[in-house]
Design a protein around this ligand. Structure first.
Ligand SMILES: [Zn+2]
Ligand SMILES: [Zn+2]
Length: 133
């Protein structure tokens, strides 16, 4: 997929577009994603930083660790994106906020060292103990 993909938060105050292919899609099991999103797993698509633009509103920022900044809607709280200094040419988008989320297929698990023991999801996909960048 290389068409323009749009997405946004629940309340509609923050919208974005991405021109990149949505091919690197990972279920993240880390405890920081759990605490910041409230979900048991967070699924991210990694895209080139320059392929994403905020088309409506601007997200709030939260530095969740020394290397990561998370972007969310300050009104409805939806988690939209993550930037890490460890991969400064990329941005991660939450696939759940994409308008065409059903067309984006995850292809790996990351940070399975923090995986909850009762999660059974896409068991056939490769697993990374932390994350291989
Ligand atoms: Zn919102
Ligand atoms: Zn995570």
């Amino acid at each position: 997929m290389s068409a323009t993909h749009a997405g946004g938060c629940h309340c509609g105050q923050v919208r974005y577009e991405c021109d990149a292919g949505l091919e690197d899609v990972a279920h993240c099991h880390c405890s920081i994603c759990r605490r910041t999103t409230g979900g048991i797993v967070t699924t991210w698509v990694t895209v080139p930083l320059g392929s994403v633009r905020w088309t409506l509103g601007r997200p709030a920022e939260y530095r969740s660790s020394a290397s990561c900044v998370r972007y969310f809607c300050a009104h409805c709280g939806a988690h939209l994106a993550l930037f890490t200094d460890l991969a400064p040419d990329t941005l991660d988008l939450t696939i759940a906020t994409l308008d065409d989320v059903a067309e984006v297929a995850p292809n790996r698990h990351i940070w399975v060292n923090s995986r909850l023991p009762w999660i059974h999801l896409d068991e056939q996909l490769p697993e990374e103990w932390e994350e291989t960048l």
